[in-house]
Ligand binder design. Structure first.
Ligand code: UGA
Length: 423
């Protein structure tokens, strides 16, 4: 199939490469010229495991990037993958979606073949049906039977996105007519995953509800974990027992310093804001966010209880990315943790295998180190904030600390000196 992917950000780039890997002819349409140039010269604009290799494999063959919407006219499917950033009230800003819909409509004017416009971005329920569809139809001048619409949410985890793209748990396709759903299903031919066909609006809601429930599991594990700590019980033993119930599953019950990233905080807030707008009180969603906001404070409190007042104490922060295998620091728990340490007068030395530069741009006035041992040298305390596997091998590196007070926020350390935030 010929596919135009609108947006060369994280979701667009991964989807485009995944679809190229499935054998399709893919054009990425991107407004940022520097990104277009980078992609076309097989240089990845972002970090993701396996991305560089796949770019080199497909660019100039069945993948290219362009500033223009010209390819849409000859494509079977346009996949909208532009951002939906949060507005001040937490709701999603869909202006980039609407602008993409306008341009797709214009590019489709002279297209004689059936074309499907599919939304992949996370959008509020009703967006595809009530906003994207009328805008595309208006700007293309086409009748509803000439253009199909679909909503096809993504469930990719950063750091493991290609693994998730090629081995999905399910493919969700929202549509109003069978022809569009069939074309999207064909686009994924070659993947073995159950396909759920549903309405446009239900597909949009499935994405929000999935992320909100995953975030709920984490906040639940954290709240129970905080209580376990009071009873000197290991929350990981407790959640192992809980997760053995097939109705619950053992995943996403890892307690620690909370969830970050570009998805969970934003999507839970957006769903809560939607609920308010619709006259429903989002008690549970608000609590999920509240627990998450408090976990970094818990970590600082525990550290302070062990080290005494933090003023002029040297504290090593290991891990700055919001999770392992990414350089992404968006909503990383390291941000409130470092800010709280600085507010208490601590001297912070930090290390992350990939995210030092991004954090330096946000918080320049701390010391950035090229390895864990340098960050730990003469430190009065250490906080582990990201679940990087390399941290699990740290042991004698801690011996260079002034005082071996080590608080693990991710249950990643194996050293016996470490104390867990909720275990
Ligand atoms: C998340 C979802 O897992 C994906 O399915 C979804 O497609 C994606 O959002 C999205 O909406 O685009 P992602 O944010 O990349 O993926 O990362 P996760 O692996 O889900 O981790 C999110 C955060 O939760 C991280 O800070 C991680 O450290 C934390 N976490 C995760 C926990 O604290 N405990 C856990 O048990 C699991």
């Amino acid at each position: 199939m010929k596919i135009s992917v609108i947006g060369g950000g994280y979701v667009g780039l991964i989807s485009a490469l995944g679809l190229a890997e499935l054998g399709h002819d893919v054009t990425i349409i991107e407004i940022d010229k520097s990104k277009v140039d980078l992609i076309n010269s097989a240089k990845s604009p972002i970090y993701e495991q396996g991305l560089q290799e796949l770019l080199e494999k497909h660019i100039g063959k069945n993948l290219s990037a362009s500033l223009s919407y010209e390819s849409v006219g000859g494509s079977d499917v346009s996949l909208i993958c532009v951002g939906t950033p949060p507005l001040p009230d937490g709701s999603a800003d869909i202006s980039y979606i609407l602008s993409a819909a306008e341009k797709i409509g214009e590019a489709c004017k002279d297209n004689s073949d059936f074309h499907v416009v599919a939304v992949k971005s996370t959008v509020p329920p009703g967006t595809t049906k009530d906003s994207v569809k009328p805008v595309v139809l208006k700007h293309s001048g086409k009748e509803p039977e000439e253009i199909g619409f679909a909503m096809n949410p993504e469930f990719l985890r950063e750091g493991r996105a290609f693994e998730d793209f090629l081995n999905p748990d399910r493919i969700v396709i929202g549509s109003e007519e069978p022809k569009s759903a069939e074309m999207i299903e064909m686009m994924y031919a070659g993947l073995s995953a159950p396909v759920l066909k549903t309405s446009l609006t239900a597909a949009e809601m499935i994405k929000y509800a999935s992320n909100a429930l995953l975030a709920t599991k984490i906040s639940f594990a954290n709240e129970v974990g905080n209580l376990c700590k009071r009873f000197s019980v290991d929350v990981y033993d407790v959640m192992k027992g809980v997760g053995m119930d097939h109705r619950l599953s053992p995943h996403f019950l890892n307690a620690g310093c909370g969830f970050g990233g570009s998805c969970f905080p934003k999507d839970v807030s957006a769903l809560a804001s939607l609920a308010m707008k619709m006259g429903e009180n989002p008690y549970l969603l608000n609590a999920v966010l509240q627990v998450n906001e408090h976990q970094p404070e818990k970590m600082i409190e525990l550290l302070e209880a062990r080290t005494g007042p933090l003023s002029q104490k040297k504290i090593a922060v290991l891990g700055l990315a919001f999770k392992d295998f990414t350089d992404d620091i968006r909503e990383s728990r390291a941000i409130p943790i470092i800010k709280a340490l600085l507010a208490k007068g601590a001297l912070v030395s930090a290390y992350d295998p990939l995210a030092n530069e991004h954090m330096k741009a946000l918080i320049p006035k701390i010391t950035y180190c090229t390895d864990a041992k340098s960050a730990l040298l003469n430190a009065d305390g250490c906080l582990v904030v990201t679940e990087w596997p390399e941290f699990s091998d740290l042991n004698e590196e801690f011996h260079v600390m002034k005082d071996q007070i080590i608080i693990d926020g991710r249950r990643i350390l194996r050293t016996e000196q470490a104390e867990g935030i909720c275990w």
